[in-house]
Design a binder for this molecule. Structure first.
Ligand code: ADP
Ligand code: MG
Length: 245
């Protein structure tokens, strides 16, 4: 862990109407750190992740990414969001575009890159996720695992400083999960700052620098994997983990 906080969440609250989903979250993620967020369904994991790139607007509290405050009303949110990649459970690829076109379109629209440069960046990132041979394929001809790797390559093509993953393997058949996790492990090894909501405890144990356990809109436990997964200090964590195994 380095001393530079890449992601900082301070006193974050989020309500939907009367339903307070996040009840005061404080979290710091250092540059190059990989943090896995675990916890039961409905505990607020997705909402927290979505607040980190302001897909949801916090009710109270502050969020910083790379030293820029996203919750500052004067911030250029589109500019900050470009620095944050997000990968969802559903891959959201355009079905009528080829793999390469899925990767070049956002680069051209959002970053205003020229055709040749966008194509070059797309090819580099397809190679990183091991899918160079699928450059001209359409999403429907790919497996779910391949589609998710394309979605990761699309995100990487935007040159993010931080990658957020929301259960990236939950929609996949079990035999396809490994290839996606391998790509995420490669990113972690390369020093990408990552926040990963996942139920993959082996990945969390082996790849995460820290594991955060959430329940009921609060962080119950935050520590190294050997502690939070291996030897949790809270009953709620133990109960959650016992149901996974
Ligand atoms: P998790 O990802 O841990 O399963 P979520 O963050 O998706 O949890 O959801 C936490 C709670 O917030 C749930 O009760 C859910 O119904 C509620 N919630 C999430 N998004 C919305 C929304 N857009 N509008 C209303 N309620 C929401
Ligand atoms: Mg969720």
């Amino acid at each position: 862990m380095t001393s530079t906080a890449e992601i900082q969440v301070r006193g974050l609250h989020k309500s939907f109407g009367d339903n307070e989903v996040l009840k005061g979250i404080d979290l710091e993620i250092g540059r190059g750190e990989v943090v896995c967020v675990i916890g039961p369904s409905g505990s607020g994991k997705s909402t927290l992740l979505r607040c980190v790139n302001l897909l949801e607007e916090p009710t109270k509290g502050r969020v910083f990414v790379g030293g820029t405050e996203l919750t500052d009303p004067d911030v250029d949110i589109d500019a900050v969001r470009r620095r944050i990649g997000m990968v969802f459970q559903q891959f959201n690829l355009f079905p009528h575009l080829t793999v390469t076109e899925n990767l070049t379109l956002p680069q051209r629209r959002v970053l205003r890159r020229g055709k040749a440069e966008a194509a070059k960046v797309a090819a580099e990132n397809l190679e990183r996720v091991g899918l160079s041979e699928k450059a001209n394929a359409y999403p429907a001809s790919l497996s779910g695992g391949q589609q998710q790797r394309v979605a990761i390559a699309r995100s990487l093509s935007m040159g993010p400083e931080v990658m957020l993953f929301d259960e990236p393997t939950s929609a996949l058949d079990p035999e396809l999960v490994g290839d996606v996790l391998a790509v995420m492990r490669m990113l972690a090894d390369e020093g990408m700052t990552m926040m990963v909501v996942t139920h993959e405890m082996t990945f969390a144990r082996e790849v995460a620098d820290r594991v955060v356990f959430m329940d009921g809109g609060v962080i119950v436990e935050d520590g190294v994997p050997a502690q939070v997964i291996g030897n949790p200090s809270h009953e709620r964590t133990r109960h959650f983990l016992s149901r996974l195994l």
